[in-house]
Design a protein. Sequence first.
Lengths: 296, 333
Amino acid sequence: MQVLGKIKTEIIPNPKSKIQNRLGVGIGFREQFRADLFLHQNEIDFLEITADHYLDANQKKLEELKLLKQHFPLIPHSLELSLGSAEGIDESYLEKIAGLVEFVEPEWFSDHICFTKSGGVKIGHLAPVPFTSEAVKVFVRNIAKVKEQIKTPLILENITYMMRFPSSEMPEAEFISRVLEETDCGLLLDVTNLYINSRNHNFDWRDFLDGLPPERIVQLHFVGLHKHQNLLIDAHANKTQSEIWEVFREVCQRCDVKGAVLERDEKFPPFAEILEEVKTARELLEKTNFAETAGV
Amino acid sequence: MEILLDNPLGTMYGPYFLIFYGFVIFFTLVFLGITKSRADKTDRLSLPPIPPTIDPYEIAYLRGGTNELARSVVFSLMQKGFLQIEDEGSKKYLKRVKDKTDTARLNLIEQISLDWIKTRQEIERIFQPNGLVDQLKQFGQAFEIRLEQQQMLVSDEMKARISRLKRLAFGIIFGLGAYKIFVAVLLGNFNFIGIIVFGIVGLVFAQAISGLPRLTKLGKRYLERLQLAFDSLKYEAQKPYIPTNQPQVVPQTTFAGVDPLLLSVGVFGGGILAGTVFDNYHQTFQKAQQQAAAAGGSSCGSSCGSCSSSDGGSSCSSGSSCSSCGGGCGGCS
């Protein structure tokens, strides 16, 4: 299978007009879930795959990708586009992502509002950028490059951070809004990250939501948080807590969310527990569906 | 009569004829191989999706025919506590567990199997005439029809076509060699050992090349895809059954409507039970099937599953060894 991209030059229009299909509730694909997924196909609406696992992949992973594609709508979620890097985008990585997106044919694909490379070196985690106009320009420049290659809509995810840059010129919500507006991208709102940041940095997550353009929120991530002394950590290892569900519910009331993904990476519970969380999310999504409540 | 002897082939110098005969055999075998490979066009078909409700017995049948079906059913009955293996000298028996009588939750295939076993049966008998394998043929036929419709199994039409080609290849190899020997004898020349050797080697290769696997290319790919999909289940399903000193929770026997260990046995074969509390089952059945084959039963000589008796049932031509069916060689046709 060819997972190398072809160059595309078409610029993506506003994601609001591009992303129409509601995918429902899915999970982040992990190998440990594979057998369970096929036995519970009807209970999972779609899968989010970590794009990086399928770049330069061996035959077994490529077969896995074909297998997943045949049974579920897939959304690639990449880790290393490093859209916040002032040095620009790694073109060979971008080309591989383009190839994967072309093969998977997703409704959208996603990466993070962060940088993961500096001076050509991978730093190994999602690092926050200062909330400045200069950083917005970096995102605009890098995302324009991505859009030159990939026709499929790109959505951007908010991350957690341990400290704020003193040089930040604006609140995070304003920064994200400006990036979204100026790049014409959608938002992958990680409600767990939002809640964790709000607690670790003492702000009200509702105010944060007030500052975001609701029409740009396309997808949600959710999972339980981990408490370490006075700090909250996004460990992807816990069952979703009630406070996270509260944020989830609120976002669904405000926005026309197209999909939500449970992100579990560690301490895998019995699959029945995963399905229970997916079911809860689906109920919330359906009950509080923005389109219905807004009478659209 | 004169034309029979006085023609370019009849008068061809012996060593030259051997070279010519070798070429004829070689090209006949190449033609046979290519035609057989092209006869199965199912690699062009797209793989069917894995259904959300999956039948471990049907997968076991796909993997190894009625023999594998019987093995899976017996395993299921053992796992559910209805049967146990009993040693008596050199013989092994399947014995019905006395106080386990709640058969209402068993499906028809399991009930028929349990009825056949009655209170006790020698394990070897499963694969012999009128054994459990014969009792389950009706279920096997139903699976066979469905799988043939999906083009997972080699069809009778394809078997007949390859069989005709095989006869043609045999005719060419045998006929040409026999003719030359006939001429040599008439001319008083008895130095034809080379022709006999070439002919025998050619016929052996023709037999091997013309053998068809049970599964089509599509069936083989589908089975591989199932094995990929349920790869992690294999290890997870084993865990509760691996002997340990730690207290264990009795595993639930249903999972999305199907027992995970039974599904694993269906998809991967009894080999995955090695090292679990059912290790005895795997070893016993492998041995029993070999003994049954030696006694003229219907098995293909190992745990590979079914072979048609018309092919002698002695070899797997699919390229993989018959004795390694834990991974699913697909049996013989």
